[in-house]
Design a binder for this molecule. Structure first.
Ligand SMILES: C[S@@+](CC[C@H](N)C(=O)[O-])C[C@H]1O[C@@H](n2cnc3c(N)ncnc32)[C@H](O)[C@@H]1O
Length: 250
């Protein structure tokens, strides 16, 4: 079970760039629930949409799977719908996250098909995407160097089967800085409500600078359409956080 996130609770003279290291992996589930708006609502939506578009015998990829929360929900849904012919690959380049994901998944009752879930420690920029009907990138594209984003989304499009989907959630910027400021203020209010101190909020903001690089909703949509996705829509949005569904018709 995840411990309480206190990663930024102590004053630090030198705040280092944010990393998904062992310390973060240990508290990640608590961090995600308290710092990603409506994380508990978005996750089941991702799993439901994933299962709606899942094609038997194809692969579901979770790129940047962290502790495997989305995969766990997908497995529950697959079991409920008696879908046995599934293959899931979770990719993360943090070994601590992969360990936590393996632990979460092995603690589940997926008897019959345990071998069909692979958690791989790898760079998602170098991971082939093949025979996929669902690709998920929850709050991960924002951490990818903008120089590589276009090629990555194009590669995902190419690896998807017809009628396959890409589900992406990210922190987003507004079209005008005045609005961005107001939305971000509301976001920090949510973090306060969820128990983070001013020190924790400001140190994390500093640590994420140049590490988490958000795009505007318009720029993300452009990226998905340019890659070839014929239908691109928002399925969830809350101030400066947005979730997209991108459909490949082919
Ligand atoms: C915010 S977390 C994702 C949260 C997770 N998808 C969820 O819904 O709970 C971002 C994850 O992406 C991983 N990551 C960042 N860059 C990566 C890369 N190039 N290759 C693989 N994983 C990466 C990090 O290690 C981290 O676990």
């Amino acid at each position: 079970m995840s411990q309480k996130d206190e990663v930024f609770a102590e004053a630090d003279l030198l705040v280092r760039p944010f990393e998904f290291n062992e310390k973060v992996a240990h508290v990640f589930d608590d961090m995600a629930e308290r710092s990603i708006p409506h994380y508990r609502d978005v996750q089941p939506m991702v799993a439901t949409l994933g299962l709606t578009f899942y094609q038997e015998g194809s692969w579901i990829y979770d790129l940047g799977c962290s502790t495997g929360t989305t995969i766990a929900l997908l497995l529950e849904g697959l079991k409920e719908h008696k879908l046995n012919d599934y293959y899931i690959k979770g990719i993360d380049n943090s070994s601590a996250m992969c360990e936590a994901a393996k632990k979460k998944i092995t603690s589940m009752d997926i008897s019959g098909n345990p071998g069909r879930v692979i958690i791989e420690e790898a760079d998602l920029l170098k991971t082939p995407v093949e025979n996929a009907s669902v690709v998920i990138m929850n709050y991960t594209l924002q951490f990818i160097d903008p120089l590589h984003r276009e090629a990555l989304i194009r590669r995902i499009y190419e690896g998807l089967n017809h009628n396959g989907i890409l589900l992406i959630s990210d922190k987003t910027l507004q079209s005008h800085t005045d609005l961005s400021r107001i939305f971000i203020d509301n976001y920090y209010n949510l973090k306060r409500t969820n128990g983070y101190s001013e020190l924790e909020i400001s140190q994390k903001r500093e640590a994420l600078e140049n590490v988490l690089i958000p795009y505007s909703i318009k720029d993300e949509e452009w990226l998905f359409r340019e890659a070839g996705f014929e239908a691109v829509d928002l399925f969830y949005t809350w101030y400066n956080f947005s979730s997209f569904i991108c459909l490949k018709k082919g």
